[in-house]
Design a protein around this ligand. Sequence first.
Ligand code: ATP
Length: 445
Amino acid sequence: MDKRVSLAKRRGYVFQSSEIYGGLGSVWDYGPLGVELKKNIKERWWRSMVHERHDIEGLDAAILMHPKVWEASGHVAGFTDPLVDCKQCKNRFRADDPKIKGTPGQPDAQCPVCGSKGTLTAPRQFNLMFKTFMGPVEEQAAVIYLRPETAQGIYVNYLNVLQSSRQKIPFGIAQIGKAFRNEITPGNFIFRTREFEQMEMQFFVKPGTETEWFEFWRGERMKWVEGLGVRAEKLRWHQHGKDELAHYATDAYDIQYEFPFGWQEFEGIHNRTDFDLSNHQKHAGKKLDYLDPKTNERFVPYVVETSAGADRTTLVVLCDAYREEAVRGDEAAEGGEQRVVLKLKPSLAPLKAAVFPLVNKDGMPELAHRIHDDLRRHFNVFYDDGGSIGRRYRRQDEAGTPFGITIDGQSTQDQTVTVRDRDTLKQDRVAAGKLVEYLTQKLAG
Ligand code: ATP
C-alpha cells in the first residue's frame, strides 16, 4: 500500500490535506491526475445510471438539510459507534479495537497506546455526524449537521422529482455528492476518510417487488464495476449478517475488493424497505405515498439503494491498476529493467496520450507542438520534452497514460509518428493526420 500511496503523491493523484501544516487527519486532496480519474469514474457512473436509463432521474441536493431529517432517518439516535477513552493519555478507541487488552471499564483493561491498566472507560455511544451551527447563535436550536450520506436528500425530494419528471413507479433518483463522517478509526489512505463523495441511487418500487429489484440491481452494479476494468478475481460479494445490517436495512450485499490491506467493501446494495419514506412522512407530517394509476392502490414505496463511494472506487481502480514489471529489449536499455505502471482502462486514464519530440531540434518540437494542439481539442494530452525518451515513457507509465506519441527524424519527412502502447510496449507508425481517429478507436469502452 505504501508504494501506491507514494506513487499517488509523486504523480499528482492524491495529496494529504493541508500538508504544509502537518496534514489534517484522514482528509485528502486530489491533484491534477487524481481529479481527472475520479471525474472519469463519476461521469461513467452518471452516464450508466442517468443518461442510459429512462427510469432514473438525476438530483443535486444541498449538503445542509433541516435537522429534523436526521431525527427521522434515525441518524441522531442510531448513527453511532461504541467508543472508549483512556483517562490517562486521552486517546479514544472503538470498543471493538483488537489492540485493547481486557474489558474496557474494568480494572484489567489496558490502553493500547500508553499501556496504563484500568484507565479505559466503559464503552459510550459516539455519534459520527459532524455538527455545526446555522446563523449567528451557537445554541442547541441552531445545530445542524453535515450530511453523513447523500440518500436523505433524495428521499425528501422524492415527490418533487416524481411530479416534475412525470415518472411512474418503479423509478429511481441518482445523486453524486459529498458526505461527512467523523470516523474514529479512519485510515488506509482514501479508503476511510472524514470527507468523501458518494454515488447513490435510490430505486422506488411497489412493496412486494423489492426482492426482484434488489437482485436486478445487484447484477447491474457488478457489471458496472467489472466495466471499470477491475480484475474479476479481486471482486466478491459479501452478504450482511443480522448483526451487520444498518438500522434501516432488511437485506444488504457489499461488493468487496481485495485491497493490499485485505477484502473490504466499496459499494453496497441495500433493501431499505419503506423505512425512510415512512419516517419522513411521520416526522414531516406530509403524505409521501403513491397512487398507482393502473390499480388505484395507495402505498408508500419500498426502496432499493445502490451506494458507492467515489473515493473508494477510485482507490479500487488505482490499486488494481498498479503493477511492477520486468522490461526487456530496447525499453530496458533506455529506461531500466524494471518499471512501475498503472494499467488503467484507457477511457478512465487521466491523460490519454503524451506527445514527445525525440530531440529538441531539427523541426521536431514545432511538429510536436502542432500535434499536441490538435489532439488537445479532443483529449486530455500531455507534452513532455524533458529527459531521455526512455525516462519520459516511464513517467507516463507511472501516470497511467495509455499512449506515447513520439515525433522523430522520420516524422518531419513523412508526417508519421510512433504510438507506443503502455501495456504491450508495441509501437505503431501512424500518420499524424490520423491520430485523432486512431486514439478515438483505442479509447472506446
Ligand atoms: P464502512 O463500514 O466501511 O465505514 P459503511 O458500511 O458505513 O462503510 P455505507 O454507509 O454503506 O458504508 O456507505 C456506502 C459507501 O460509501 C461505502 O461502500 C463506501 O464506498 C462509502 N463510504 C462510507 N463511509 C466512507 C468513508 N468514511 N470514507 C470513504 N468512503 C466511505
